[in-house]
Design a protein around this ligand. Sequence first.
Ligand code: HEC
Ligand code: HEC
Ligand code: HEC
Ligand code: HEC
Ligand code: HEC
Ligand code: HEC
Ligand code: HEC
Length: 343
Amino acid sequence: MKWRSKLVCLLMPVIAVAHPVSSDAPACATCHLEARCQPATSMGHALETAEESKVLSTHPLLTFKNGSYLYRIERKGGQSLYSVRNGNQTLTMPIRWAMGASSAIGQTYILEKDGQLYESRVSYFSELKRLGLTMGAQESAPTNIVDAAGRLMGRDDKLRCFGCHATNAAQGRQLTLGELTPGIQCERCHGPAQKHLAGMADGASNPVKMKHLSAMSTEQVSNFCGQCHRTWEEIILLGRLDITDLRFQPYRLAGSKCYDADDPRVSCLACHDPHQEVDTHTSDYDAKCQACHDGGKPRATACKVAANNCVSCHMPKIELPGAHHKFSDHRIRIVKANEPFPA
Ligand code: HEC
Ligand code: HEC
Ligand code: HEC
Ligand code: HEC
Ligand code: HEC
Ligand code: HEC
Ligand code: HEC
């Protein structure tokens, strides 16, 4: 870890406060600094139980109207009830999980009815500070009250959503929702911890190691993060190149002239520490750009326009329709006024 990251982690308060849900991190914190800060990140909170969701606990009542449907999310003790009303018909379901961190872009709710899970048709958006239609929901009109509440999640859906937002939610193709730990925890990236922990506790001479992740090439890192943030191959194969790829950073970055599959200076890890919340100080990224654009290197030239805050012009924040959020375009480039989005 870089000294600055170490300092931030050292100053983190007691871990249990940051993450009340069961996780292995407290067991790692005695030996690894990463464990003091990672659980509080939005990746660490990519899935929350209804009980721990700050959005739900700080909004005792949320309402939304769409056509003739009236939505309410009401807090009762540590639980939240989601209901839809249409005329004199009402359907109420408990919220099992909130997908998306309370501290980040927004949350979609996972509802339960008769042992089945549904993805809520309305979501909370941090930018709006209220409910709105879930991204993609605008494309269809509900024909009955169950449809209006949410979308029934099939097996593949559950495998995919929980696979990207939780830890130990599946073993192979077998869902293990009863055993999952919400959010992206150590084991989701570094593999099973039990033997490593046991070996460390026994003082074994050659303890079992966790997956070592700092020796990957730039392209390997992109693919590793791309398991969830999507790889460029995945986007190309989807064949739908439009503004919706804005949020798929591995794809956007690979399309930039700055990208070099073998150069560690343009790896996701050059700019991000996955154990910490993303750094929002624009000027902190200048040194990352100047590692290549210092004017002296034979290939990469320097900027004639400005000497700092590089990302404010070359990685602009662009609004993604329906997401109520601006994403930083990872296709680093010269942005021309009024240009169409370069998909
Ligand atoms: C008692 C101290 C201790 C605890 C507790 C502990 N580790 Fe470790 N861990 C170590 C030591 C020492 C190493 C270095 C081993 C080596 O390089 O041979 C290590 C190495 C690692 C590595 C790097 C592997 C590599 O090859 O670079 C990871 C990742 C890791 N631990 C994760 C974890 C996680 C996750 C937990 C909690 C589930 C955890 N550790 C708990 C002491 C501990
Ligand atoms: C297992 C899936 C998974 C992997 C692997 C993964 N991420 Fe994430 N990441 C997520 C999810 C899900 C979110 C959204 C969190 C939220 O807002 O709920 C996220 C959010 C983020 C954010 C935004 C955090 C913020 O402050 O808004 C950054 C930055 C990030 N990831 C970087 C990385 C990097 C770099 C890697 C690779 C080292 C990586 N991620 C690997 C799932 C993953
Ligand atoms: C989103 C994926 C992700 C999660 C979650 C995650 N790590 Fe890491 N970890 C990485 C990556 C990637 C590296 C390599 C970082 C680098 O080279 O800059 C790393 C590096 C490390 C290292 C240094 C040894 C090595 O593998 O390079 C330790 C120790 C470590 N992590 C511990 C933890 C602990 C403890 C947790 C849980 C509290 C955790 N990590 C959670 C992705 C993750
Ligand atoms: C391939 C991995 C993957 C799958 C599958 C996935 N997500 Fe995500 N999700 C992410 C990542 C990564 C982010 C972080 C935001 C970003 O950078 O796009 C995210 C962000 C979110 C957010 C935050 C708000 C937003 O729009 O960014 C919500 C809510 C969300 N996902 C819900 C879901 C639900 C519900 C499902 C299943 C229907 C799902 N996700 C499936 C990876 C995934
Ligand atoms: C040259 C630096 C740089 C590299 C390389 C880089 N990022 Fe970023 N990333 C940024 C900046 C700058 C932001 C915006 C920070 C802020 O919110 O102000 C950002 C934001 C993000 C976010 C938050 C959502 C968004 O789009 O605004 C995610 C997720 C993310 N990066 C993932 C990745 C992944 C995955 C990789 C590797 C494929 C990567 N980044 C490579 C600089 C970089
Ligand atoms: C790994 C080295 C590397 C890093 C890191 C890097 N670049 Fe580049 N960049 C290049 C190369 C190589 C080119 C293509 C040759 C040239 O135009 O100088 C380029 C081209 C550019 C261009 C011109 C693109 C065009 O459309 O013609 C801009 C603007 C740029 N980089 C800005 C940035 C900014 C801002 C950052 C930091 C966020 C950054 N670069 C990080 C290597 C890098
Ligand atoms: C105020 C907006 C702005 C900021 C801030 C900015 N640039 Fe630029 N940059 C531009 C514009 C506009 C151009 C295109 C200039 C032209 O074509 O005459 C450019 C051109 C470039 C080029 C291409 C140079 C060439 O001759 O091919 C690179 C590389 C670059 N910038 C890197 C950077 C870096 C690194 C930083 C931060 C140290 C930075 N820029 C800060 C607006 C900006």
